[in-house]
Design a protein around this ligand. Sequence first.
Ligand SMILES: [Zn+2]
Length: 331
Amino acid sequence: MRIPGLKTAKMLSRWLQGRVNGGALIVGYHRIASPSKDQYEICVSPTHFAEHLEILRKHAHPIRLSDLVDHLKQGTLPRKSVAVTFDDGYVDNLHNAGQLLEQYQIPATVFISTAYLGEEFWWDELERLVMDAPALPPSLRLKIRAEPFEWVSMPSEEEPGSPAEQSARKGLVKALYFRLLPLEIEACKEVISELKNMFGSQARRDTTQRALTTDELSELSNSGWVEIGAHSVSHTVLPHLSVAQQQTEIQQCKVFLEELLGKPVLGFAYPHGKFNAQTQAAVKTAGYSFACSSQAGQAWQSQQRYALPRIWPQDWDGERFTRMLRFWLGI
Ligand SMILES: [Zn+2]
């Protein structure tokens, strides 16, 4: 049973504990870019990101995430500590974020899903194919892992590009995204390939909407401001996999990154923030020192280090970002 308001009450309780105990904040980003489309709301503009960093430099204590975890273990966490993290490893983390991190001398951790290096993520390809298709069919029938998926399009009189037609396209992206989210990468790729056949692959690919290549990842890792963490091999929701599959996803990602970069990879971020007891056990067994979730809150005790909470700033200006920091850290 779900008791209304319980989620908020729990969050407030965590917030209070964090404030009382002088907890640190871990902020999470995905992309630092201003693309024409951002349906998943994962982009922060370089201008706004620079404002966030300037505020952190002035009013907080920016700290590398692995150092934050060491302080948690030793009970020596500096007040107003904030660690910056990025999930997925988009190429703009190097070209847009990297330069700003260096300018403001703020360290960050970038969590990488190794199967996507140099590639477009399936959810971005889905958005691109549906939004850029010359026209959508009146209805769409697919088999997704033997289950029917049916979608009825916009009324036929809608002109391509009209607000109603755009909103119908967004509705299809959203419906397919949530249908594919729990599935393994092969199932997602099968559906994407079917959509390509239906809508045509002439849709324009934005070359900045992709993951870092191995060379770019090495460059980012050598920049001095960024430590690399792991984000699984295929970015699947791990608790949906068998224990053995979870272990493979978690271990192979670490082995690959350590071989490529020649450095230990200490941190893991759960894809979509989702984990269960088996996921946590696999992360510990693989030798990671800490793992990030997506649950909101402050980090203030060592026991949290395999489920570190994070806050996700959106494309906020400095004023909105300061309000968030004030709420969580009391600055
Ligand atoms: Zn992710």
